[in-house]
Design a protein around this ligand. Structure first.
Ligand SMILES: C[S@@+](CC[C@H](N)C(=O)[O-])C[C@H]1O[C@@H](n2cnc3c(N)ncnc32)[C@H](O)[C@@H]1O
Length: 266
């Protein structure tokens, strides 16, 4: 595993209280909508983290449905189970999903594909556990050169923290090529229904909190001195100034990809 997901309990709590409201929560309704869920369906949230997609899906499938979240990281699952104790949370690797073939009507994977060492094998596993006619929905982000806010921000961080930082922070933007997403789905035997490019926004109360959320709260933050973090904040103030709103907060545009695919009938 990459070091990115050796997450401590404290970091998992920060993920739920800072990252989910600022970044990840907004995609969950789109991902669930793309899965065309209805009451009673069986849903798997792959790499569920603290479970925002699973919770959103649970509201759609109702008490007659089933929602399972699987993630490699136990600290994430502990937070997920605290927030939604009624859903099922399992530790597992996407490389070998611990379910029989065709177990779910929908398999959803939000903001995680880019961290899987073997993406083709991961999508093949998602296809395997999807029932015939069921849907696979995978959300990622467009490449950094198509991100008008995060592109300049990652440049600032890399300038102070080195290219290693670009690799760590750059991972998020490495699985957003629409053609590549299609090829992954087709390679897993899925029929592609579409690849959407919704634009969202990452809201922060200040530029300093962008640095807190995106750098300080990640494993990279543990490696940097307070002086380095201060210099990053000062340069980010200049780079992100144009995204400051009239209210004084910061809204970074965020371009996502949503792959929607279907398992063929047997
Ligand atoms: C950015 S988080 C996204 C979490 C969640 N889907 C969300 O939208 O909030 C990425 C998640 O992928 C998980 N992950 C990374 N590699 C994994 C793997 N090989 N198998 C299962 N989960 C993995 C991490 O533990 C982490 O919870």
């Amino acid at each position: 595993m990459t070091e990115t997901f050796q997450i401590s309990p404290a970091q998992a709590e920060v993920y739920e209280t800072l990252f989910v409201p600022a970044l990840f929560g907004q995609w969950a309704p789109l991902v669930v909508e793309a899965a065309a869920l209805s009451p009673g369906k069986r849903v798997l949230d792959v790499a569920c983290g603290t479970g925002v997609v699973a919770r959103t899906a649970a509201a759609r499938v109702g008490p007659g449905g089933t929602v399972v979240g699987v993630d490699l990281n136990q600290a994430m699952l502990d937070v997920a189970a605290r927030v939604a104790p009624d859903l099922t949370w399992l530790q597992g690797d996407v490389a070998a999903l611990p379910f029989p073939d065709g177990s779910f009507d929908a398999v959803l994977c939000q903001s995680s594909l880019m961290f899987f060492p073997d993406r083709a094998a991961a999508v093949a596993q998602m296809a395997r556990v999807t029932a015939p006619d069921g849907r696979v929905v995978v959300q990622t982000y467009a490449p950094l050169d198509q991100q008008p806010g995060y592109g300049p921000f990652v440049d600032v961080v890399a300038r102070h923290a080195g290219d290693d930082a670009r690799t760590l922070l750059g991972a998020y933007w490495s699985a957003g090529d629409a053609g590549e997403l299609r090829r992954l789905a087709e390679g897993a035997g899925l029929r592609v229904l579409g690849v959407d490019s919704p634009t969202g926004v990452a809201r922060f109360p200040s530029v300093a909190s962008v640095v807190d959320t995106e750098v300080r709260a990640t494993p990279l933050g543990d490696r940097l001195s307070e002086e380095s973090l201060d210099r990053i904040t000062a340069d980010a103030e200049a780079a992100l100034g144009r995204f400051r709103t009239g209210r004084g907060d910061v809204e970074l545009p965020l371009c996502a990809r949503v792959l929607v695919a279907q398992r063929r009938e047997e």
